[in-house]
Write a protein that binds this ligand. Sequence first.
Ligand code: SF4
Length: 307
Amino acid sequence: MSAQWIENEPAPLAKPRELKIERETHKLEKRLCREVGRAIVDYNMIEEGDKVMVCLSGGKDSYGLLDILLKMKARAPIHFELIAVNLDQKQPGFPAHVLPEYLTQLGVPFHIENQDTYSIVKDKIPEGKTMCSLCSRLRRGILYRVADELGATKLALGHHRDDMLQTFFLNMFFGGKLKGMPPKLVSDDGRHVVIRPLAYVAEKDLIRWAEHRQFPIIPCTLCGSQENLQRKQVAAMLREWEKKHPGRTENMFSALQNIVPSHLMDGTRHDFKGLKATGVASEDGDKAFDPEEFAPAALLGLQVIKI
Ligand code: SF4
């Protein structure tokens, strides 16, 4: 069953002589479907009979999420429902007609929740301070309530691979924690399962897809809040690394799925205190760094520099 999520890719476009750009777009669509399918299978995100509430902000990522999930639904080996939900937070200038028009045209079941969190946040947060933390908490609470009311079994969010990496570094740099943004989690109240089907998708692919599909993007600056400066800096750092060392993003992302607690320092994840020699070689044992790389230097009596 699981293989079908991935292998049932979109049929090739019918036109015999496509322009290069059309071929590229077709490849992009295949890649998006493949990566979303892979994430769904790897983390068992969607199951038979699920009602998935797709949280739609009007940004490129959530439009892309809904778009790809609709394609996946059409070819999935299981039956599940999708319902798009937008929270209209009553920000000044929010074009309230855009999403209902788009979703009606698409023929997708949807719900618009009207809640003036903008006024609450404005009232509580002093001028000039960032409002995002309170705003997000309010939004999350409302979305969980709406999920209950709609009978949704899963909440799908549009975070992608680059969001997840940025969060990992933000937590490390500013929170002193090795903690990322999980592809699937149970909400704080223990009652909701939140999924991130774009977990394997690169942001640049979502940007290209949004351009191709000409989503009616709603700008995210309507609230007037400052963009999160730390996140912007981390995003710039990651882009710079990728530019200088192509493939680094992919490696770092793989590392998030390949953790060795015995080679970190968290005593709650590994019993360092109780560690005893067993006399038995272990596959997970300490082989230092790459043995091929360092062995010749050691044999020659050269000093091995730790990096
Ligand atoms: S940018 Fe505005 S709408 Fe978005 S979380 Fe921050 S305060 Fe809320």
